[in-house]
Design a protein around this ligand. Structure first.
Ligand code: IMP
Length: 195
C-alpha cells in the first residue's frame, strides 16, 4: 500500500521510512514530487493537531493516504518546555546545536533526578475519503548534563532513556525504544482497522 509521508525533516523521513517499509508500505515523500511541499504553519495546540495539519497538507497535494509526525521533548522541570516548540526552542532559524545549548543552560545546576523528560511523537494518518486518525508514542528518560554520541538528530545527544542515549544508539536500537518507534507500532495496529 502506498503512503505519502508529509515531512520536510530528512531525519524524520529516514526514521519513518525505516519503520514503515519493513511493515510492507510503499513510501513516497517530497523527493517524489515535482514541487516542494508547502510550509505548514503549526498552529495546533497539541502534537496531534499539528500532525493532522501536516498530513492534510500532504493529502491535498498528492491525493494519497498521508502520514505525518509532530514531535517534541517535554521536560518536567521546565513545565513541559520546549514541548510543541521543540523545533524553534532557541528562536526562528534555530539549529539543533543552539536548541541543545539553550536546554543545557535552562537546566544548569539542576540535579539528575529533576531532569526527567518525555519524548512524544504524534502520528496522523489521513485518507482521501475523509477518514483520519492519530496515535501517540512516548519515551521517558532524562536530559543529560552534556551532549553524548554523534548519531541521530535534534535533542538525541541529550536524551537518555533506559536503553541509553538516543545519539549513541544504532538506528535499529533507537527504533526499538523511541517515541516514534512506539507511535509507529501503535499506528500499524490502528491502520489495520481502516483497510
Ligand atoms: P516538529 O515535529 O517538526 O515540530 O519538530 C520536532 C522537533 O523536536 C525536531 O526539530 C527536533 O528538534 C525534536 N525531535 C523530534 N523527534 C526527535 C528525535 O527523535 N530526536 C531528537 N529530537 C527530536
Amino acid at each position: 500500500m502506498k503512503v505519502f509521508i508529509a515531512t520536510k525533516n530528512h531525519n524524520k523521513l529516514k526514521e519513518l521510512e525505516r519503520i514503515l517499509v519493513p511493515m510492507g508500505f510503499e513510501v513516497l515523500s517530497e523527493n517524489n514530487l515535482e514541487n516542494p511541499l508547502p510550509e505548514v504553519e503549526e498552529t495546533g495546540t497539541s502534537y496531534e493537531e499539528n500532525a493532522l495539519l501536516k498530513a492534510h497538507s500532504g493529502l491535498k497535494v498528492t491525493g494519497l493516504i498521508t502520514v505525518a509526525d509532530d514531535s517534541g521533548l517535554s521536560v518536567d522541570f521546565l513545565d513541559g518546555a520546549p514541548g510543541l516548540y521543540s523545533a524553534h526552542y532557541s528562536g526562528m532559524g534555530a539549529s539543533y546545536a543552539s536548541n541543545n545549548e539553550k536546554l543545557l543552560c535552562a537546566l544548569k545546576g539542576v540535579p539528575k533526578e529533576k531532569r526527567t523528560a518525555t519524548f512524544v511523537s504524534a502520528i496522523a494518518c489521513v485518507f482521501p475519503d475523509g477518514r483520519e486518525f492519530t496515535v501517540r508514542g512516548e519515551c521517558k528518560g532524562y536530559v543529560a548534563e552534556e551532549c553524548h554520541g554523534d548519531g541521530g538528530f535534534g535533542y538525541d545527544p541529550l536524551f537518555i532513556c533506559s536503553a541509553g542515549c538516543y545519539a549513541e544508539m544504532t538506528p535499529e536500537e533507537k527504533d526499538k525504544v523511541s517515541h516514534r518507534g512506539n507511535a509507529l507500532r501503535i499506528f500499524k495496529e490502528e491502520l489495520k482497522k481502516y483497510i
